[in-house]
Design a protein around this ligand. Structure first.
Ligand code: SF4
Ligand code: SF4
Length: 134
């Protein structure tokens, strides 16, 4: 395994799940998430545009899942993205992460595998699930 954080060449979770969050996180309600990149889901929920469909892909995702990816609104991403942990991070398996990775033909991640990467790259806060755009 390379020394890079696996998220940098993945992005599968940004193109697999519906990424929903409390509506007030959107910018029209004073929150950080640019409202034009969101869609309403219910009176209380919004989601990232493009993720409430069968072939999900977040409108804020740059690059190709399974290749080089980054989040174009990294500093302003919703709480659901901030809270989604890379599998193996902090010694915890995240089956949802591994399920998304499998959709793109990527192998699962477990704690022991991350020991083969640089500890900094594998665990640093800025290099977890979603990465800032270059
Ligand atoms: S959290 Fe998991 S699915 Fe999401 S980008 Fe990182 S490795 Fe891929
Ligand atoms: S981290 Fe960024 S690209 Fe990924 S789902 Fe969240 S907002 Fe979209």
């Amino acid at each position: 395994m390379s020394d890079l954080n696996p998220c940098m060449t993945c992005g599968a979770c940004c193109a697999f799940f519906r990424v929903s969050f409390y509506w007030a996180e959107a910018s029209d309600a004073g929150g950080p998430v640019p409202v034009h990149l969101t869609e309403p889901v219910s009176p209380f929920l919004r989601c990232m545009a493009g993720t409430n469909q069968k072939q999900s892909r977040c409108a804020a995702l740059s690059g190709s899942p399974g290749d080089n990816v980054s989040c174009t609104i990294y500093e302003n991403r919703p709480s659901s993205c901030r809270e989604f942990a890379m599998s193996g991070e902090d010694g915890e398996v995240n089956e949802a992460c591994n399920r998304a990775r499998a959709r793109y033909g990527l192998p699962p991640l477990y704690k022991d595998m991350l020991f083969h990467t640089s500890l900094d790259a594998a665990t640093h806060g800025l290099s977890r699930v979603q990465l800032p755009a270059n």
